[in-house]
Design a protein around this ligand. Sequence first.
Ligand code: 5AD
Ligand code: SF4
Length: 443
Amino acid sequence: MNNNFTLAPRVFIETYGCQMNVNDSEVVLSILRGAGYGMCDSASDASLILINTCAIRDNAEQRILGRLDHYRLQKKGNPRLIVGVLGCMAERLKDKLLEHPAVDLVAGPDAYRDLPRLIASLTASGQKQINTLLSHEETYGDISPVRMDPDGVSAYISIMRGCNNVCSYCVVPYTRGAERSRDFESILREGREAIAAGYKELILLGQNVDSYRFGEVGFAQLMAMVAQLDPTVRVRFSTSHPKDIKDELLLTMAAYPNICKHIHLPVQSGSNAMLEKMRRRHSREWYLERIARIREIMPDCSITTDVIAGFSGETEADFEDTLDLFRQVKFDAAFMFQYSERPGTLAARHYPDDVPPQVKTERLNRIIALQNELSAESNRRDVGREFEVLVEGFSKRSTSDLMGRTSQNKACVFPAAGHHKGEYVTVRVLDSTPATLLCEAVD
Ligand code: 5AD
Ligand code: SF4
């Protein structure tokens, strides 16, 4: 550590949204460290506060606006404090965000290399600064992220940025720009660095990982190369798109024991009419065929999904189709949302947000109740079985219990008894809840 450390400006970064945002924050920290910034764990010690934002639903944005109001008060006590907004909401709202009294700086997802310059200009001129240019090339491939959780077990590696699908409800193509894949050499380098730093699990991230392509290398080949880095290190990925997930990937997953047997495959709706309007570019039947193929190739693979209740024009019959698809697939877990219209999307322009809020909420509650039963059933099926889990730390409830995940990404809780974080432990499932497998270690 250098002696000037205490004099160095300090940054605190607050992250909302998806895993990719967490990884972007790690890239930002790396860029700022290169510019002389130290990191701090608390906003009250910081000279620069950055909020890395999400724009996916209105409630995500409302929460962030609430944080900005909070920081406005903090700035009253410390007028030299700089507050910047990064990420998807920065990209969506652009200079409108500069109107907020707390905001000094706005930078979109492709503008992070420009942060040191933006901060220097702000400091020199006292003028608010903004860069929301999107890029066709930027992958931050050469930047080694400064890990948010240096003692953690899992490391995120972004393998691509942006999205070329135009799902009609989704703001992401507008906030993250066109799809581009990162060169595989830099992905492998980052994987090796993470392994050398002690991480036991690499999680490859992209909006649509199945369309990864760098020269001759597609996603299945990339997964094989990452899996070969170290057979004792697990590999996961997120997110797949049902229209693009290939047998080749499923066969690669099956071939490598260290590739985790879990696929997150967002379905969004079980109704063909809704899928069409959502521009998902696949049918319910196609989705069910992909599920059947996953289970044929990997009978042990868990499958999770995302679903939206109350999209434009969704009838009770459309929603019943979604419930029916859930019953048929028996998802192990799901992220469930009410439709939130996003300005500027195809849906906002062409399809009125016409399902009343109380109907959206009622449907969301019904699908949550159904998934709760399905998750409980899925976990009950595991009682009596043995799994190898990777220990992530203490359980939420007690420091005498550990929590580790199975390859299928299920959380197992078991008495610590000399085991520790980062270790692989074989456990036997004794009992279950909808969210957790209650286990004992098998020595
Ligand atoms: N409203 C509600 N949920 C949405 N998602 C994406 N856009 C919207 C929206 N406008 C959900 C989808 C996606 C997940 C990340 O967020 O289910 O898979
Ligand atoms: Fe939110 Fe989507 Fe942006 Fe991730 S990519 S931060 S989920 S809007």
